[in-house]
Structures are given as structure tokens and as C-alpha cells.
Ligand binder design. Structure first.
Ligand SMILES: Nc1ncnc2c1ncn2[C@@H]1O[C@H](COP(=O)(O)OP(=O)(O)O)[C@@H](O)[C@H]1O
Ligand SMILES: O=c1ccn([C@@H]2O[C@H](COP(=O)(O)OP(=O)(O)O)[C@@H](O)[C@H]2O)c(=O)[nH]1
Ligand SMILES: [Mg+2]
Length: 184
């Protein structure tokens, strides 16, 4: 495995913060605010994948289908896209939004990018509120329909909560609560 940390400016400390939260919890919205104040580069994993879908390739079609079903794309694909975007930015501070979404994502990141996150920001929001926000956001997203939303919530519960618990155990989790009635 190539050690990509050598591809970043040498001697420079690279800061990574993961921003995790359920679908529609406000990850993108909060990241935009943080970036404008603190000079981070905001990388939305979902946006990188949507860009990839636009390139009319076989991989783009595969990603499109998985996203339409609310499923996760293979870890190497998203990790590679993140690495490319990090290197292209020339920055040394990154807010990575919507990643890692499962333990396999986290392990692939640790193996390939190897930059331990400074901390992990969890945006905690009730399911009811997340659902309301998604249904009102009008971004023309093909996965913002009830059926796919239900699937995305399941993936969050089953696959992303274990990642959150991992970082909580490591003392790296910082939780921001958006709603009082989060029932989990
Ligand atoms: N604190 C908030 N209060 C009300 N609406 C919000 C808040 N944060 C985000 N939204 C709205 O909710 C929708 C989902 O937010 P977004 O940032 O796209 O979430 P995510 O990236 O987690 O899916 C957007 O339409 C956004 O404008
Ligand atoms: O690391 C990632 C990030 C996103 N996705 C896919 O992209 C979709 C949209 O993710 P995004 O973060 O944009 O949206 P959210 O569901 O948080 O509103 C997800 O449902 C997944 O299908 C993925 O597979 N791996
Ligand atoms: Mg988003």
C-alpha cells in the first residue's frame, strides 16, 4: 500500500475533522458555516459521488444506482475520491462531511489516507426533523424520495452508528444537538 501521507506537503500537519449525522441533519449547512470562519476545505462525500455520477462512465452509473437505492458505494471508490480532492485543494485543513458511513469506510481510510481525525463532529437531529428537511430541500436529488429516505435511515442506524460508537470510545466525538426529541 502506498503511503499517501507523503503526498501531502512535508512537515505540515494535516488536520482532518469528520462531520457525521443522519441524512438531512444539516451536515452541509454547518460545514459551510465552519469553512467561512476557519479556513477549512469542505469535502462532502455525497457531493464528490454526485460529481462522479455526472461523468458518464461505468463507475458513474454504478454509483448512481447505489445512491438511488440509498446504499453505500464501495469504500475504495469514496476514499480515492476524497484523497484526490484533498491533494487537489492544496489546503492542510479538511472538513469531511458524510464520511465514514460504516466501519469498512473507516478502515479503508485508515489504510489509505492514514490521517487520524482531530475529532468527529456528530450532528444529532431527530428523525422527524431530518425527514422534514429532506422533503423540503428541493435540490432535485433522486434519493430524496420517501422510499430511499427510509433506506438511508436504516443504513445510518445499522452501519453509521457503530462508527459513531467507535469514535465515542476513543474520546473523539463532539456532539451537537439540533433537536430535543432525538429518541436514540
Ligand atoms: N438548523 C437548521 N434548521 C432548519 N433547517 C436546516 C437547518 N440546517 C439545515 N437545514 C435545512 O435542511 C436541509 C438539509 O440540510 P443539509 O445541510 O443539506 O443536510 P445534510 O448535508 O446533512 O444532508 C436543507 O434544506 C437545509 O437548508
Ligand atoms: O461515504 C459515502 C457518502 C455518501 N454515500 C452515498 O451518497 C448518498 C448521499 O450522501 P449525502 O451525504 O450527500 O446525503 P445525506 O444522506 O447525508 O443527506 C448516501 O445515501 C450514499 O448512497 C456513500 O455511499 N458513501
Ligand atoms: Mg449533505
Amino acid at each position: 500500500q502506498k503511503d499517501w501521507s507523503g503526498s501531502f506537503p512535508s512537515g505540515k500537519k494535516i488536520t482532518v475533522v469528520f462531520v457525521i449525522g443522519g441524512p438531512g441533519s444539516g451536515k452541509g449547512t454547518q460545514c459551510a458555516k465552519i469553512v467561512s470562519h476557519f479556513g477549512f476545505t469542505h469535502l462532502s462525500a455525497g457531493d464528490l459521488l454526485r460529481e462522479e455520477v455526472k461523468s458518464d462512465t461505468e463507475q458513474g452509473t454504478m454509483i448512481k444506482n447505489l445512491m438511488h437505492e440509498g446504499k453505500l458505494v464501495p469504500s475504495e471508490i469514496i476514499v480515492r475520491l476524497l484523497l484526490k480532492a484533498m491533494l487537489a485543494s492544496g489546503n492542510d485543513k479538511f472538513l469531511i462531511d458524510g464520511f465514514p458511513r460504516n466501519e469498512e469506510n473507516r478502515e479503508a481510510y485508515e489504510k489509505i489516507i492514514k490521517i487520524e481525525p482531530e475529532f468527529v463532529l456528530l450532528i444529532d437531529c431527530s428523525r422527524e426533523e431530518m425527514e422534514r428537511r429532506i422533503l423540503h430541500r428541493n435540490q432535485g436529488r433522486d434519493d430524496d424520495n420517501m422510499e430511499t429516505i427510509r433506506r438511508r435511515f436504516e443504513v445510518f442506524q445499522q452501519s453509521t452508528l457503530p462508527v459513531i460508537q467507535h469514535y465515542e470510545k476513543m474520546g473523539k466525538l463532539r456532539r451537537v444537538v439540533h433537536s430535543e426529541d432525538y429518541d436514540n
